[in-house]
Design a protein around this ligand. Structure first.
Ligand code: ACM
Length: 274
């Protein structure tokens, strides 16, 4: 299966220009599944809730999702793309999944980063896996990577590929995703943006280096830190379905969940023996 990502530098607030840029990159890409960056159509660095309300869209009726559905049908591909969502009285940092047959699903970012907490509500739908025919995909957004539980839950739910729209400003994620893939034996597609945003006296530099990483922890494709790039790699889904590390170890079956309960009970400091 041919999978890939778009890497570019969205212009803050210029939804039409960002959509046009992404649509032309998608049009020229040869892949069956493409992942776009977080907040690809709006830019990232909001400085007020009003700005988010002005640029956010309803899903699936907003113009960005409609345009993504049209190109997905034309190209016969699936697309995962990060956009700002308005729903009822709330704003979410979301990602949509669209198919050749139209809109399929929305993921709302669970772990909000930094000032995102001022504008967005934390995701209220949890992590989900979607069967798109050739494979099963899960979605997480940017800072979700910092919580290994995100990738773990998606992998345990059956994801073969973790689609990971991002606007990374810290330098750690790309290498960390190799471990996320290795420990869960999944593929990951991290679609990061490039460029910088200089707003309200604060400058965010985005780190590029979007990548496609494999269940054995290898990098199948890593983009440059600054260029516009469409990265494509051929992947073998069977490798994500086999959780064996050797003849004695199966990474999922060997888990000792009876010793992990504190992870979900939030009792992390309650069992100090001496
Ligand atoms: C991030 O979550 N955009 C760093």
């Amino acid at each position: 299966m041919k999978t890939g990502f778009l890497q570019f530098a969205p212009q803050f607030g210029n939804v039409d220009a960002n959509n046009n840029k992404a649509l032309s990159m998608i049009d020229n890409a040869d892949a069956e599944l493409l992942v776009l960056p977080e907040l690809f159509n709006t830019g990232y660095h909001f400085i007020s809730a009003e700005e988010v309300w002005d640029l956010a869209e309803e899903i699936p009726s907003g113009k960005t999702v409609k345009a993504l559905c049209t190109i997905a049908q034309k190209k016969n591909i699936h697309i995962v793309a990060g956009i700002a969502e308005m729903a009822d009285d709330n704003l979410y940092n979301s990602a949509v999944l669209v198919s050749p047959a139209g809109y399929l699903a929305t993921y709302r970012k669970v772990h909000l980063f930094n000032e995102e907490k001022l504008w967005f509500q934390p995701g209220n739908k949890g992590f989900e896996v979607y069967d798109i025919g050739q494979c099963r995909i899960g979605i997480m957004i940017c800072f979700d990577w910092f919580f290994p539980e995100s990738a773990r839950v998606l992998a345990l739910q059956g994801a073969d590929i973790i689609c990971h729209p991002a606007n990374l400003v810290l330098p750690y994620c790309q290498d960390s995703m190799l471990t996320r893939c290795l420990e869960n034996k999944v593929y990951a597609i991290t679609a990061n943006r490039t460029g910088c945003e200089d707003r309200d006296g604060k400058r965010f530099n985005y780190t590029g280096k979007s990548q496609i990483t494999a269940p054995d922890g290898s990098i199948l494709y890593r983009a440059a830190p600054e260029s516009d790039e469409v990265g494509i790699a051929e992947i073998d889904i069977a490798k994500a379905r086999n959780k064996r590390a050797n003849i004695y170890n199966d990474l999922f079956a060997d888990r000792r969940v009876e010793y992990y309960h504190d992870l979900v009970n939030n009792k992390l400091l309650s069992n100090i023996k001496i």
